[in-house]
Write a protein that binds this ligand. Sequence first.
Ligand code: FNR
Length: 369
Amino acid sequence: PPLSAMLNVRDFEKVAERHLAENAWAYYHAGADDEYSKAEAELAYRKVLFRPRILRDVGKIDTRTQILGHDVSLPIYISAVGIAKFAHPQGECTLAAAAGHEGIAQLCATRSSMSIESIMKARTGGPEQPIFFQLYMHKDAKISEATILKAVKAGVKGIWLTVDSPVTGKRERDERLKANVDVGEQNDKIGGKGQPIQGVAKTLASTVAPYLDWNTISYIRKLTNLPLVIKGIQSVEDAVLAHKHKVDGIVISNHGGRSQDTAQAPLLTLLEINKYAPHIIKDKKMQIFIDGGVRRGTDVVKALALGATAVGMGRPFLYSMASGYGEAGTRRMIEIMREEIEQNMALVGATKISELRRELLNTSRLERD
Ligand code: FNR
């Protein structure tokens, strides 16, 4: 279908399912075990209801914000997704080009199918375009050190350490196909053609270090002064610990339901932080991000009203450029999100992001659950 016929984020998913190779769809779409957490992440947004405010002059809506000190036009960013070239030959570079034109931020994965240098070169938003680097610590710390320094040299604006996958979740959809495919360049030089046949995720994960602890934070801090974000916070306790360790940001995430199945929805974790540790929401020194199951402008507005600075989206960006759509598809999807966010800010009675507050939401259903 022509891009003008794509009306929402899910339309891209439906079309991508028809066009992607079977093993690419399995790798992208998979959640762990019974895929309960994956479904629950989306459902949680529907359990939160709006209390729209009226007569507030919403003639002009401003969706701009700042992520780790960088201006962005929208409070959504492209989350780290491995092997984007299954969706489009230029993979992560295509995403970088679209993000630059639309003024949004991007998190580049260690497991990208393009090198960090080529992704940085594909920027269309100038040297200030915010691209961050997602880090998987390698079993061999020396390799990680080189990976971090390479990303810093390439000009990334921050390091986001993924902590929710000390071991890889069991993704049966992916494993059943036992893919033996070319997974591209990889920023820490693993994978590639001719890997043992065991599914894409397992092939990629075989080098991830399971022994990380909070000392890893100071280890990375010694290598670079760039902002440091922890990706994969799943409890109030760990959000508080991250705050004590003075990281620049956290991502409340369970890896899109790809790690531990039946882990609770990220939105519920954010709600619990509001309830039990409101001081870390108020302290703007540590920004809070959230990802998993975000498919609508309403989802974004709800997460922001609960104190998130911005919201990550993973699978939708892969699907947006699949089906031959490339950069135009990704830009169309961002435009759809922009329209939905603007429309729903107006409908709830907020003209700028700072006006999105908890009082605009009824969270009792999610709390009761
Ligand atoms: C991911 N995710 C991920 N996260 C990360 O920190 N490093 C990575 O390499 C990857 N790779 C990856 C590949 C694919 C195919 C998917 C779908 C996801 C997780 C990702 O950053 C994000 O947390 C989720 O995708 C968010 O959920 P949604 O938006 O896909 O529902």
